[in-house]
Ligand binder design. Structure first.
Ligand SMILES: Cc1cc2nc3c(=O)[nH]c(=O)nc-3n(C[C@H](O)[C@H](O)[C@H](O)COP(=O)(O)OP(=O)(O)OC[C@H]3O[C@@H](n4cnc5c(N)ncnc54)[C@H](O)[C@@H]3O)c2cc1C
Length: 579
């Protein structure tokens, strides 16, 4: 057993896959007194979760399918809960939805058990505006109802919408293409700042529940579940877990196995010899461009959503001077030797063309742009040919071949709700009749701040008057109530040097903090944990500086420093290639 990873030999639950879904289930299990082991083959949240559009949104587009209304309802409710329980990571954005002639007038309307109906309502009487307004009203009602049902008063400022005429829309956003613009709306949705950090908050929260109640909850990264032994009835009896950094192998004999391996869900079942004989997951990739911010407005909470070609194109601030633009939908393969996170030129061109059609002055900047693509693990729905039409509904599938295995997948925003439903099923099997303890009113560790984020930043400025306020704000926005742990590591000026020379960068001591308190084992883990700098040349410029710093603090020799830098370069090359 290594000092780094502790693997429980006989937990109630083994969770394989430490993205947003696995980490959220880990938290729910710990809250409910189940001993639980989480294993992640790379680093927590590194794959799809970190490479998404990072929105906790209701999903305006999903209103077009009646069967998806519960998903929109849950997503809006969870969006608001996240903004209350993790205010340092989740904030409301003001989305403008400019409506162009034809937008929203052609869509697929889907009701359960019937093939989707393509509908065209025509461009008469401002039909697009009426359609969008109907969606806005539903969005508002769902968010308000969801909050009331969870015992929170609905915050009118955050859930309402406003309608604009064309001239008003152009006044707000003069860079918009005026041609065929009809009018527009403003509504709110939330952005998660660096999903990796929310994944870590899930893990820290679970560990705290476990400490409070005396049950065991262990999270191990770089721990690959690779050998599955089953009983004659298909029950998984033993899982071999290999520490990818040390080569050590552990055995785990769980009562229940949760398969939350995202796009690898089907492969994991096959590996365990309990494949369903049909694929549960449809793999649909989506690309993003991260461009220098070309919007003239200095308001970083200003974002855009355009309804183009039956789907939504988002433009969202990423850091102080970047815009995240996306996304696309394309069926892809996932398998050995395939880099499923590769970018497709056609997708990047599609995003560029759509952005230009709405903001004519937009142009790609080959020097500064960055592209990234990830693959959505979507519910496979027979009969749906167009990847755009595939529902984003959750998957909670108890195996037909193995009575103690459940596969779970779903979106980021409502992951807590998904985890709650999945864990209720697990609890019912392990402790029939036990009362479920819900987490919906529990703050995440970093979310335990008094007052709002502005109060938190003001307190930081008063407590650390010698530290640059931008650095303090960056630390507050990622670590929330845990900020003191980072700042107390700043013993000399070097500790506060930025990892990369960009205003959004975290200080070097944040890297050390993640080694000390957040299960970091490699430079790549620490760089991912510290967030936004990954957008600036992927932080490659800062890699040597960061490795030297950590080397000094953690006693790495020259060979270790070099191998950490090489490891980080490989990690980046794998995550973000060019087009
Ligand atoms: C382009 C794009 C944009 C998106 N935008 C949004 C959005 O704005 N809002 C939203 O709510 N959702 C969004 N999504 C969807 C959302 O990101 C995913 O549904 C969600 O992140 C899936 O999380 P997960 O935990 O299931 O998967 P992952 O994050 O992929 O986690 C699965 C983990 O399992 C691990 N694993 C695999 N095999 C093993 C093994 N044998 N042993 C141990 N570990 C293993 C992997 O390393 C991985 O870390 C988007 C998705 C994409 C692709």
């Amino acid at each position: 057993m290594t000092q780094r990873n502790r693997i429980l030999s006989e937990p109630d639950v083994l969770i394989v896959g430490g993205g947003i879904v696995g980490s959220a289930i880990f938290r729910e299990c710990a809250r409910n007194g189940l001993s639980v082991q989480l294993v992640e083959s790379r680093d927590f949240g590194w794959d799809v979760s970190a490479g998404s559009t990072e929105m906790a949104h209701g999903g305006f587009r999903y209103l077009m399918a009646l069967a998806d209304w519960p998903l929109v309802f849950e997503s809006l409710t969870e969006r608001e809960l996240l903004s209350v329980n993790a205010p340092h990571l989740v904030r409301h954005l003001n989305f403008y939805m400019p409506v162009y002639k034809g937008d929203g007038t052609t869509f697929d309307f889907c009701i359960p058990r019937v093939p989707c109906m393509p509908i065209t309502v025509g461009g008469y009487f401002g039909a697009g505006m009426w359609m969008m307004q109907a969606g806005m009203i539903l969005y508002k009602v769902f968010a308000a109802l969801g909050l009331i049902m969870k015992g929170f008063p609905p915050n009118k400022d955050k859930i309402g919408y406003k309608k604009f005429k064309k001239a008003q829309m152009l006044k707000i956003a003069p860079q918009l293409n005026p041609d065929k613009l009809v009018g527009g709306f403003r509504f709110t949705d939330c952005k998660i700042e660096d999903v990796e950090r929310l994944v870590i908050e899930n893990i820290l929260s679970a560990e705290r529940y476990a400490r409070d109640t005396g049950i065991a909850a262990e999270a191990a990264n770089h721990a690959v579940a690779e050998k599955f032994e089953t009983a004659p009835d298909g029950r998984v009896t033993k899982v071999g877990i290999r520490d990818a950094l040390t080569g050590e192998v552990f055995s785990c004999r769980p009562k229940i196995v949760v398969n939350s391996t995202g796009v690898l869900i089907d492969r994991t079942l096959e590996k365990a010899g309990i494949g369903e004989g049909r694929e549960l997951i449809r793999k649909v990739s989506g690309s993003h461009i991260v461009s220098p911010r070309f919007l003239k407005s200095p308001d970083l909470t200003e974002a855009y959503a355009f309804w183009i070609d039956k789907k939504i194109l988002f433009l969202i601030s990423k850091g102080r001077d970047r815009l995240l633009i996306g996304t696309t939908e394309r069926d892809v393969e996932v398998g050995d030797g395939i880099n499923h996170n590769r970018n497709f030129k056609a997708d990047i061109d599609e995003i560029t063309a759509k952005t230009k059609s709405r903001f004519p002055e937009y142009a790609r900047d080959p020097e500064k742009d960055m592209y990234y693509t990830r693959v959505r693990p979507l519910l496979r729905q027979p009969g749906k040919t167009d990847p755009k039409a595939v529902s984003r509904r959750d998957l909670i599938q108890w195996s037909g071949k193995s009575p103690n295995t459940v596969s779970v997948s779903g979106k980021l925003g409502p992951a807590r709700h998904l985890a709650e439903v999945a864990t209720k099923g697990i609890l019912a099997k392990l402790k029939p009749g036990a009362k479920y303890a819900t987490t919906h009113k529990d703050r995440y560790p970093g979310g335990e701040i008094e007052g709002c984020m502005d109060d938190c930043s003001a307190r930081l400025r008063a407590a650390w008057p010698d530290i640059d306020p931008v650095t303090l704000e960056n630390v507050a926005r990622r670590y929330g109530a845990r900020h003191a742990g980072v700042l107390e590591l700043a013993k000399e000026p070097r500790d506060l040097d930025k990892i990369v020379s960009q205003p959004d960068s975290q200080p070097l001591c944040a890297l050390l903090f993640s080694f000390k308190t957040e299960h970091c084992a490699t430079l790549s883990d620490a760089m991912a944990r510290t967030g936004t700098h990954k957008l600036f040349g992927q932080g490659l410029d800062g890699a040597a500086k960061a490795a030297d710093y950590l080397g000094e603090k953690l006693g790495w020799d020259a060979a270790r420093i070099k191998s950490e830098i090489d490891g980080y370069k490989n990690f980046i090359a794998e995550r973000c290639d060019t087009v």
